[in-house]
Design a protein around this ligand. Sequence first.
Ligand code: PEP
Length: 262
Amino acid sequence: MAARRRIVAGNWKMNLDHAAAVALTEGVAAGAAGCSGVELILCPPAVYLEAVAAALQLADGNSPSGVTLGGQNMSDQPKGAFTGEIAAAMLLDVGCRSCILGHSERRTLFGETDEIVNTKTKAALAAGLTPIVCVGETLEEREQDRTAAVVSEQIAGSLAGLSAADLARTIIAYEPVWAIGTGKVATPEQAQAVHALIRQQLASLADADTAAQVVIQYGGSVKPDNAAVLAAQPDIDGALVGGASLKADDFLAIASHFAAAD
Ligand code: PEP
């Protein structure tokens, strides 16, 4: 079987302004050639998607640098009276190929349940977007030795009803909540153990071949100086990067570790 794809995505969250978003995009695009073998995705705030698409010179979702565009969130509804929401088709329309779904900030600050993440995941897939589905335990859950149970429930709920073909198109991001934006990164062993469990669960939801194809990213304080050991783990296929994705050099340095790990 071919090696799994390696994918590093930058989640810019609610940061930057128009000029900084364009400058960061240009910096990433200029250095992307140095990370061959790794797919790079930029997920800017929604109002800057078109500016980033222009800076990437996107046409039909493809750019000369190979960098693609993703959303940070989307509605589970296709269109209509949903003030403030963005539909999957709209993300596609401005050049997105993917969308982060169920990020822990969406789950904890905006009340997104596994059921909501599941409807959004199905809506993304139906529209032709790649969902990046986030799961992860809190510190309390880890300390209570409930990591496996919590992550497995999130995976089962968020991916319920997906066909094997849809699962193969889905990216999963394991992001321990205690590691997001805190500077505390999971050890490579901790991360690998959860990634392996997720892959096992995917095999039971679909089959071993499908599970072997699914890209599982790690997220949570990934930085240039800790990316290499994470990238060396057999079931860690990329990273979802928050803070360090706001500096082109750091983002590219992280991606280069995933390129080098092949
Ligand atoms: C994230 O927001 O998905 C994330 C992992 O953030 P950070 O890299 O800043 O921990």
